[in-house]
Design a protein. Structure first.
Length: 479
């Protein structure tokens, strides 16, 4: 099988290859967390800038916990394809924007050089919700390989992403280069403010000089941002299917929905990103609330319900009459009413578009993938809305059932992919549904606590889910 690489990419005309000169690209962006989401989302914005003729927006993608993704990308000179899929349609584009893919502990010196360079404009992040909790023993990596021995003293103090980010920013400070924007692209409300807080907090803990601290506060911008595009994990079947149609193998293939959105708080980088489709606004918070509560909240709700109903893909769940109706009511009657919507958007219309997007079966978005890391996602996707509904005196019938579905998911699965899985699964496995609810939802590791007034309602749903098929429980709500 011919694998995509620098020698052959331009011959794959039907996959829309770059026509700019790859050798002339300068690195202008450091991206931490080389996820599929980054490649399918921000990677496309940077590609559009390059295609518009500005070759100063090459990206160095940094992996954090293992070199795996970088290794695969390096077997194809970091070229990869984004294949937009809807129905039977394929719309590929070969992306050249990522010019380097490296593993932080192996490439620290090179990254420090880039951090000091004049052309650096932006540091972007997709490090996932849990990374902002900064637990070095959990997020760290095992550094025993010989090639990092020389750097080991420094690297040992550089296990978390804030420590690494601070390391890069300090190099920039020392080189007296102008500040840059650091843009978090993780699904967290006020993601920019949180990033600033963890970095400044760490700088204080490390007793950094007051000069550096004031430079950090005045020169480094942390605009909040809202990102949107479904980019599921790729499967070998999709890679094979793509090969059959396009005649080359892409081991770094990305399948994505056609929808693409990036809303960023006003920042000088709008000069480059606005012309390629990013939206700049004064306040991101209302857009973020809408996206996280009405889209991601529904996504998580579907994920747990599908898991309990043994439905593999969320697209199958959302078109099921019983589950689809439940999700619609969850969005329209509860999640969509829990916050003040952006002035230019109607939550009901928005929710309808989301259900349509989620029903895109060609994405093969697995309910199990979305169900992972629930303890890191539900606080902002579900618990915050729940508490706001209580404050507003509105119905919580659907949202409490979603919380119970998560508890049941934790309870019945032997292995759950979640940093708090061990503790939570231990707590939830209590025959008394109320005790199980109280113990699990009061666990100290959860960033937001659900209002205890709702524990009996959640426990009732949990008791129902313990004895009846999930769809029967959803139906009982309807009648
Ligand atoms: C999903 C998101 O995996 C998940 O938790 O809810 O990745 C979702 O697909 C994106 O946020 C859509 O923008």
């Amino acid at each position: 099988m011919a694998q995509l690489n620098i020698e052959n990419y331009s011959s794959h005309k039907s996959a829309n290859p770059p026509t700019y000169d790859l050798s002339k690209i300068n690195i202008g962006v450091i991206h931490m967390g080389l996820s599929a989401f980054h490649r399918g989302h921000q990677g496309l914005y940077f590609e559009r800038i390059l295609r518009s003729g500005n070759l100063n927006f090459g990206v160095v993608g940094v992996t954090q916990r293992s070199s795996d993704v970088a290794d695969v990308m390096n077997t194809q000179n970091c070229l990869y394809t984004i294949n937009e899929r809807e129905g039977a349609g394929f719309a590929p584009i070969i992306v050249g924007a990522i010019r380097k893919a490296v593993f932080f502990p192996h490439a620290r010196q090179e990254l420090l050089e880039i951090a000091r360079s004049e052309n650096l404009k932006l540091i972007t992040l997709t490090v996932s919700e849990k990374a902002y909790q900064c637990n070095p023993t959990r997020d760290g990596i095992n550094l025993s390989s010989a090639d990092v021995q020389a750097d080991i003293a420094d690297i040992n103090s550089l296990l978390t992403f804030p420590a690494r980010l601070l390391d890069l920013l300090f190099a920039r400070f020392e080189s007296r280069m102008p500040g840059v924007a650091v843009i978090s692209c993780d699904n967290l409300p006020t993601n920019g403010d949180i990033t600033r807080a963890v970095v400044v907090d760490l700088a204080n803990k490390q007793n950094r000089t007051s000069d550096f601290l004031s430079w950090l506060k005045s020169e480094i911008r942390f605009p909040n941002s809202m990102v949107d595009r479904a980019v599921p994990a790729i499967t070998q079947d999709s890679i094979d299917e793509f090969y059959q149609s396009y005649g080359y193998e892409d081991r770094s293939l990305i399948t994505a929905e056609p929808y693409l959105e990036w809303v960023i708080e006003n920042d000088p980088v709008s000069e480059y990103l606005a012309p390629v489709g990013a939206r700049f606004v004064e306040k991101v918070a209302p857009y973020e609330a809408m996206k996280i509560r009405v889209f991601n909240g529904a996504h998580s709700a579907l994920a747990y319900i599908c898991q309990l109903a043994e439905i593999e893909y969320v697209a199958e769940g959302v078109v099921d009459p019983v589950i689809g109706e439940f999700i619609k009511n969850f969005q329209e009657k509860e999640a969509g009413k829990s916050f003040v919507a952006p002035a230019d958007l109607d939550p009901i219309e928005y929710a309808k578009i989301i259900r349509k997007r989620v029903s895109n079966y060609a994405l093969l978005h697995k309910s199990l993938q979305i169900a992972m890391d629930g303890s890191q996602k539900l606080p902002q996707r579900i618990f915050a809305s729940t508490n706001d509904l209580v404050k507003l005196g509105l119905s919580t019938d659907h949202i409490t059932l979603v919380i119970a579905a998560w508890l049941r998911f934790l309870e019945v699965n032997e292995k759950v992919n979640d940093p708090l899985a061990d503790s939570l699964q231990n707590l939830v496995r209590n025959p008394d549904a109320l005790q199980s609810t109280i113990n699990t939802l009061s666990f100290e590791g959860l960033a937001t606590k659900v209002d205890p007034k709702l524990f009996p309602q959640i426990a009732n749903w949990l008791a129902e889910l313990r004895t009846k098929p999930v769809k029967n429980v959803l139906q009982s709500l309807k009648s």
